[in-house]
Design a binder for this molecule. Structure first.
Ligand code: ATP
Ligand code: ZN
Length: 297
């Protein structure tokens, strides 16, 4: 029988640790599929072999991932930046994946007198991120008492355990629910691809890591743009081009109806509606929009 160890450590393969079951899992697996990796990821697996790329995937608790990478048990990891920061892991952040967004914030009870982190320099802080909290207050020249709590940090002030908390929040709803308000953001976090320095120094591994990053970037860039096609009278072209910085110059195709053209380009998702309105005002009609699957810039 093939042992788990020999499968994971097969020659020259990259090893990537991902969260086994949690907030990052579904999105991580979906990114890996979107970049063309073919593997089974069902249920309680501990690892998968990618069939069409020299990569093994190890499923782990997220807290263990920075250490696995740092200690070279794996070459790569996908984990929240907040954990890399908390563990002060000396690894390289290769790519920010654009999901798992959250902030590490300092929050206080709504009715407390504290207005800014400097007001808390000798307070008591509850957190599941003690090192991040300590480093942050140290940077302000303070050393508040830090109480490490592993769950439901938000209730600590109400229980009289702490004056303030340092906690992750994505929407702020859990803070609101517990009558807390954020007074400072310590860290902006999202899921990131990390690697250890040894893997990056190995030419064969580095080449495959670069391939993975290039594919991740293509998927990420594609999600930021929409492909857009429209028709317009030829004499509107200058006005339409002025609206469309796009990626490069748009493609302009003459239509069978003389005096009319079709224009194809990509526009940024975040300015999409604004641009559509401007394009219509500039004379564009029959505007057709489609999602991009991959975008290689
Ligand atoms: P594990 O069982 O793997 O240890 P966990 O319960 O510690 O999982 P999750 O709650 O699944 O961790 O969160 C994983 C990561 O998701 C966090 O480290 C953070 O980067 C990110 N995240 C995104 N939004 C939030 C949020 N609202 N609260 C907490 N973490 C969030
Ligand atoms: Zn965890």
């Amino acid at each position: 029988m093939t042992s788990a160890r020999s499968l994971i450590n097969g020659s020259g393969r990259l090893k990537l640790a991902v969260q086994r079951s949690g907030r990052l899992t579904d999105h991580t697996i979906s990114v890996l599929h979107q970049i063309g990796l073919s593997f089974e990821s069902y249920g309680q697996r501990l690892f998968s072999q990618t069939r069409n790329f020299p990569l093994s995937i190890l499923y782990a608790r997220d807290d263990d991932i920075p250490d696995y990478v740092l200690l070279e048990s794996v070459d790569l990891g996908i984990v929240g930046r907040n954990l890399v920061h908390e563990q002060q892991a000396d690894v390289v952040e290769l790519f920010a994946l654009g999901f798992g967004y959250c902030q590490l914030v300092v929050a206080v009870p709504n009715d407390s007198p504290y207005q800014k982190p400097e007001d808390l320099l000798s307070a008591r802080i509850a957190t599941s991120y003690p090192e991040s909290a300590r480093l942050f207050f140290e940077s302000l020249g303070g050393s508040p008492e830090i109480v490490k709590i592993s769950g439901s940090v938000e209730v600590a002030p109400a229980l009289g355990v702490a004056d303030a908390i340092v906690e992750l929040t994505a929407t702020g709803s859990s803070l609101q629910l517990n009558d807390l308000r954020s007074i400072h953001t310590i860290l902006e976090s999202e899921a990131v691809l990390i690697a250890n320095k040894a893997a990056l120094a190995d030419p064969v591994k580095k080449e495959n890591i670069d391939r993975l990053v290039m594919r991740m970037r293509a998927v990420n860039d594609a999600s930021k743009f929409k492909y857009i096609m429209m028709n317009a009278p030829e004499d509107c072209l200058a006005a339409i081009r002025a609206v469309l910085p796009g990626l490069k110059a748009p493609t302009v195709i003459p239509l069978a109806d003389s005096g009319f053209i079709a224009i194809h380009t990509a526009i940024r998702e975040d300015e999409f509606w604004e641009k559509i309105e401007e394009l219509r005002a500039a004379g564009a009609t029959e505007i057709l929009v489609s999602a991009l699957d991959k975008l290689l810039l």
